[in-house]
Structures are given as structure tokens and as C-alpha cells.
Design a protein around this ligand. Sequence first.
Ligand code: PLP
Length: 465
Amino acid sequence: MPAITNHMPTAELQALDAAHHMHPFTTNNELAERGARVITRAEGVYLTDSEGNEILDGMAGLWCVNIGYGRTEMADVAARQMMELPYYNTFFMTTHVPAIALAQEITKLAPEGLNHVFFASSGSEANDTNIRMVRTYWAEKGHPEKTHIISRKNAYHGSSVGSGSLGGMSYMHAQGGMPIPGIHHINQPDWWGEGGEMTPEEFGIARARELEEKILELGEEKVAAFIAEPVQGAGGVIVPPDSYWPEIQRICDKYNILLIADEVICGFGRTGNWFGSQTMGLRPHIMTIAKGLSSGYQPIGGSIVCDEVAEVIGAAEFNHGYTYSGHPVAAAVAMENLRILQEENVLDHVRTVAAPALKTALESLTGHPLVGDLAIEGMMASLPLTPHKESRAKFATDKGTVGYICRERCFANNLVMRHVGDRMIVSPPLIITPEEIDVLITRARRALNETHAELKNQGLLQPAS
Ligand SMILES: *Cc1c(COP(=O)(O)O)cnc(C)c1O
């Protein structure tokens, strides 16, 4: 058997990739023509590609590599667990030590009352679990008609049929028959993009009240749950106005519905607390977790469930689960990740060093002619680009054109920043140092300058009328 190695020429790897590998969220035929960037190794906050470039990963992979790359302890734990028990399931009245230990550890870190974990291998799977769990909960309580779930436009909750339906991405709903019935989307609390003439506080209240309106429209007796990310990630790091979450919590308390906090990005330190719900002052009944749970070293996710819901679900067989629910190797690796986060005081580092440094550094970019604003919560931030700051104008050209140009300029400067429409996103490993943040900002500034020059050349600096 020939082995694929990192030492094959880049062009050969790209040709094989184009011939056989279908990429997620990609126009594959276009990628085949230009060739994918091949990442060969990583250490700390730096990736290395097949051409030997050292790239600062300002996105922590996909918002997940919280402890950074190259931690040998994680590999050691995985190897040991594979020798001892590489796999066993948790169906049919069996269990194993890694799943027990991880469930206990997660619930120790979770807010009070959230004492139960249902495992999955990803955030998408966990949110599919949540759909079935909240509906089953209400059915078991004698309210089988309480099935509707309210979510938000531009939310991201995963890419399976269920979780993609919970999500509010219209370009995803356009393909493959989503959303499934019974999911409703209210507007998001994006003041920069949609706030118009309102103050952020007025706008936060107005957007929260849409939840109440939707509950009243559907009828409280039909609504099972509301799901939201404490801070929207893939939607563009949308930090809601301060008035938003208290009003949402008031509405959830008033009406008899469950609150699901999707903590897949916010969880495990990204906002400076273990969970974004703590940062935002929420009291969810269920929290979705994945990504930072294992820092991406193994695929694992799950739902952290409150006592009341677990108790009711536990009364009958819950006909749901995954072959890899609580996978022993993934669970052992996640345990090691949680050990590292705790013993190395990574959350303290976020709160006292990294997040303040990132904020100060990014603030220095807000003077740039293209940067309209800075939204930041802990270690997740966005810089909306605009041709006219005062009016928060959008570009006349198609949405995302400018963001895409800027992302390409970032790549060319050995920096990974992502674009969501025309917002530039930063979400680096939590262990990033102030010196590394300086490198990030230097490269980002260069990319912004090059973007500005390119927009000028192409006549793309026009605001939409
Ligand atoms: C990434 C993400 C998901 C989906 O997780 P996968 O592991 O990709 O299935 C769900 N919710 C949020 C908030 C996410 O950012």
C-alpha cells in the first residue's frame, strides 16, 4: 500500500485532493482548479503548510483548538486508551471509565443544576439530540403538542438536517429540504448590521421581544424550547447589546419553555468563563458542547442536561444514541484537555492576559479606514468592514466580496482570519501570548492595507445607496 506522506510535492497532493476529496462548505470544482492549501503540521498557535510557510492560526482551527496544537500529553492519553479499551458502546446497560469520568468532570464545571451529560461526536449530533430530547420531555410530561422550537436567523447550530434546521442560515436552508417542520426563526441581535437608528439598548430589547411575540403567535402550549448561542460565532461574532439576554431570560422564565444554550464555541473558556451562559448571566436547561471540549484533538460533543429534564427523560427508554456516544478514546482525550485547561489556569490567562491584550490590539485597528467597529467577547472578535464608518454603510458590491478579498490577503500574509460576509473574524487558541497577538495584529494590519489598496484599484470602495 502506498502511503500518502507530507513529503509528496504540493501539486501532487492537490491533484489527489481534487480528484477524490469533497470539501465541506466549498465550491469543489473551483477549489480543484486553484488547489487546496495543504497543512502538514502545527505547534502552539502556528500551522505549517506543505510549502514550509508558518501561518498564525487566528481561528484556532474552527474555533476549537483552545489549548493550542502539539500537546504530546493528548497523544499519550489517546495511545494509552487505545491499548486499554479502544472502543466499547454505552448502549444496553454498559458503561466505561472514560465516559464516567468525563461526564462527572463536565458537570463539575457546568452551572449548578446541570448534572447530566448525553454524549455525541459533534455539535451537530448534540443539537439533533436536543431536538428529540426537548420534544420527548414535553411528551412525557403530558404535552405532546409542545414541539415547536424557536431559534434565530443567522444562528449556527450545525449541518445535519436537524441541527441545520435549528440554524438560521438561509443559504443552507436553500439546499436539501431544510428546515424541518416546527422550527421558527426570529431576528438576531445584530445592532451593527441591523440596528438602524435605534440605540444598541433599545435594539436589544426590541429583538428580545420578538421571542415573546413568537411564543404568543404560536401559543405557549405549542412551544418546546428556545435555542441560541450566548455569542453567535459562525454568524459573524455577534455580541448582543447588554439589554438582550436579561430580557430573553425574563421571557423564558415567564413562559413555560426550555432554554437551550448552544455553547459549542463559547464553552470551555472562550469567553473567559467555563461557559458563555455564565458570562451572559443565562440559566439554560440544556447546553450543547463540542469543539473546545477536546480542543479538537478528538471528535466529541454532547448535551449537558438539567436535573428536571434528565429525570423526566429517564422515566422511559429514550430511543436515541450514537455508536460513538461517549467514545472512550475521545472521552479520555477530552479529560486530558480539561486537566490542561484547569492545571495550567488557562481561563485565568484568558481573563487577565490574553483577552485584554487581544482587545487592546484589535482596538488599534479600528482607526483603519476599512474597519467600522470592533465586537469582542473574551477570545472571539469581529471587525466589520465598511466603506463609510459613520453611517455603518455596506459596500455596493455583493456582500462577502470585500471580506473574501481580505481573507485572501490574510492568507498571503500567513495569517488565518475568517470572513463572514464582510466581517473579519478572530478566535485564536486561548493560550496565545501577547507577543503572538502582536504578530497577529501586524499581519492583520498589512492584510487590511492591501485590501484597501485592492478595493481602490477595483473601484470597490463605494457604499451601497
Ligand atoms: C460548530 C458549531 C456547531 C456544530 O458542531 P459540529 O461539530 O461541526 O457538528 C454547533 N453549534 C455551534 C454554535 C457551532 O459553532
